[in-house]
Design a protein around this ligand. Sequence first.
Ligand code: E4P
Length: 217
Amino acid sequence: MRFFVDTADVAAIAELNDLGMVDGVTTNPSLILKSGRNILEVTKEICGIVSGPVSAEVVAMKAEDMIAEGRKLADIAENIAVKVPLTWDGLKTCKVLSDDGLMVNVTLCFSANQALLAAKAGATFISPFIGRLDDINLDGLELISDIRQIYDNYGFDTQILAASIRTANHVTQCALIGADVMTAPPAVIKALATHVLTDKGLDQFNKDWAQTGQKIL
Ligand code: E4P
């Protein structure tokens, strides 16, 4: 499973990228706000760090305007994936930009039928939001599973980009289901390294080592 990092924080992206943990980046208007940066400038900087797909989201509501915004964002770098919302206008935009040969990430997906439409419109990525479904007591992971089955049933090559990931368990379950990609904030990716038994075991090893009185260096 490929790992995308869900942030516009350049320092956090660079740190994870140096460790080989970043196969791509996703941003959205809220993350651009959080970064305090200009969207064109920060996206260009991110594209200079990461060679994989970098999603940059349009904000217009009408297809004609979304297409213009998408083309402008795609001009930033070759690895831009234009992110469009899963609305009828977003689907129109997806079809036009995909036919132009651009990568398109269709975002804010909350149902299997929406994912089916995105695949038919030629989306490179579909972004089902797991955490936001869980927030309203629906099963976000079940949606990933349904989309996986539907795409496999018909051989759609749109990649499932599991999004709105909040926990390490989301990551494990997405990998078991077979999501192609997951995108998570840096803190969630770092949390994957922790385990209470690792900490406990290390603590015991350190105590025992101190009693040996030895040094390696
Ligand atoms: C994905 O592309 C989105 O930017 C992101 O995963 C949304 O996550 P949130 O629901 O935690 O804001």
